[in-house]
Design a binder for this molecule. Structure first.
Ligand SMILES: NC(=O)c1ccc[n+]([C@@H]2O[C@H](COP(=O)([O-])OP(=O)(O)OC[C@H]3O[C@@H](n4cnc5c(N)ncnc54)[C@H](O)[C@@H]3O)[C@@H](O)[C@H]2O)c1
Length: 412
């Protein structure tokens, strides 16, 4: 029987989905370190983690039976993806499941900063009745500048327009402008027109230190700044200076260059204690709705990988969307070099196998060919496929040699 180890309090919805698929599930509330992970994983084929567990090259090399890792988060930095690919370990994440949560926090913060809510709230808690309209504005009619118009940036664009804001965005990739949002060609152009600047770029290495002191200086006097993307994208010392000088009227920051490891740990930042600066502990995507949605999304991807060999939205393997067909299926992950498909089909021909369907996808160094054949109990054929020096991983449903590709309930 297949076994899945789910760490870090993965949502119970995921446990249910995997169990319903016939997979035995063990859960643990905390993360495991490298040595513990290697020792524990020996008995498991599926690993589910969130952001704290590091799946290193050493882990992947030490646990040959591991077939898939589901990261119940957006990011995959905690997994050595190159090592996962070269060992034929499929990695799945949840790229969109908390998008809405991040967007709602950004909307709340844009309004809160524009009304100086943090300042009013603090004064009243300190016993001061600071009733004034000074520095407070409606967001209606103001301009929001979105840097990074991906899943989050584009959804924020829609909600901001519904609040009556004008939206401009800057993205290095070609993106469809939603609603009345206007694309600008340069970051400088955005900074000069926006009353609120919000960053939603991804965490690629090239974005480290991307938002510099010069960029803060180019922002409109009195404008506000938000970062809910990655901490290392922004020069926080410069942000502090521009708040203290009054050039910026406020900021909301959810992500930091160094973040404490666990809940309750001490937090240090140059941004602490500044007026009209909202600091949140990387909770942009942390809602109960998002957790449940992530649990569903990743567990279904893992389940489908085992039941149908489908790799849809895998972050490292070639993507093939596959359905149940009821016939036997041979899923071969191989090095992406010329001639593999011909060699594979020659093996099938030599064994008189009648191919009912075949699909191929490639991605970087890997190829993935999935072949449906009624009679997959051809011992010789699978041995030959395994013996090919291009083979990374072979899974055969209804075969006796490699049980990790079990017949699912619907597979017949
Ligand atoms: N605060 C949280 O809790 C939380 C939760 C979820 C996601 N995030 C972070 O939010 C960010 C956005 O997530 P997403 O799902 O929208 O990502 P995404 O990949 O869908 O979108 C990122 C966009 O940024 C663009 N981009 C990258 N570098 C750029 C640059 N230098 N200048 C302009 N555009 C650039 C890309 O072309 C892409 O369109 C990520 O960094 C993610 O890690 C944070």
């Amino acid at each position: 029987m297949l076994r899945a180890l789910l760490l870090e309090n993965v949502h119970p919805a995921a446990v249910e989905i995997l169990r319903d698929a016939g997979i035995e599930v063990e859960t643990r509330s905390g993360a495991l370190d490298e040595a513990e992970l290697i020792e524990t994983l020996a008995d498991f084929q599926i690993l589910g983690i969130r952001s704290k567990t590091q799946v290193t090259r050493h882990v992947l090399e030490s646990v040959p039976g591991l077939l898939a890792v589901g990261t119940f988060s957006i990011g995959t930095n905690q997994i050595d993806l190159d090592a996962a690919s070269s060992h034929g370990v499929a990695v799945f994440n949840a790229p969109f499941s908390n998008t809405r949560s991040v967007v709602e926090l950004a909307v709340a913060e844009i309004i809160a900063l524009t009304r100086r809510l943090a300042v009013r709230d603090k004064a009243l808690h300190d016993g001061v009745w600071d009733k004034t309209a000074e520095g407070s504005h409606e967001v209606r009619g103001r301009t929001l500048g979105i840097i990074g118009y991906g899943n989050i940036g584009s959804q924020l664009s829609v909600l901001a327009e519904n609040l009556g804001m004008n939206v401009v965005f800057y993205d290095t990739a070609e993106k469809l402008a939603l609603g009345n949002a206007r694309r600008v060609e340069t970051l400088g152009e955005l900074l000069e027109v926006a009353d609120a600047v919000t960053i939603h770029v991804d965490g690629r290495a090239g974005n480290a230190g991307m938002f510099t002191s010069d960029m803060f200086a180019r922002m409109k006097p009195g404008s506000i700044f938000l970062n809910l993307s990655r901490g290392f994208v922004v020069d926080v010392e410069s942000l502090r200076e521009h708040i203290l000088s009054g050039h910026l009227s406020g900021a909301a920051v959810d992500v930091f260059p160094t973040e404490p490891k666990k809940r309750g740990d001490h937090f240090e930042s140059p941004l602490r204690g500044l007026d009209n600066v909202i600091l949140t502990p990387h909770v942009g995507g942390s809602t109960l709705e998002a957790q449940e949605s992530i649990g569903h999304f990743v567990a279904k991807k893992l389940r489908d990988y085992f039941l149908t060999a489908s790799t849809t939205l895998s972050v490292n393997l070639p993507n093939l969307q596959l359905e149940h067909t009821g016939v036997g299926r041979i899923a071969l992950l191989h090095r992406n070099v010329p001639g593999v498909l011909a060699a594979v089909n020659q093996v099938f021909a030599d064994h008189g196998a009648n191919i009912e369907a075949q699909m191929l996808a490639t991605r970087g160094d890997l190829g993935y060919v999935v072949t449906d054949i009624s009679d997959v109990t051809q011992r010789g054929a699978s041995k030959k496929l395994m013996a090919m020096d291009t083979t990374v991983r072979l899974r055969i449903r209804d075969a006796f040699e490699r049980p990790e590709f079990p017949p699912g309930p619907a597979a017949g």
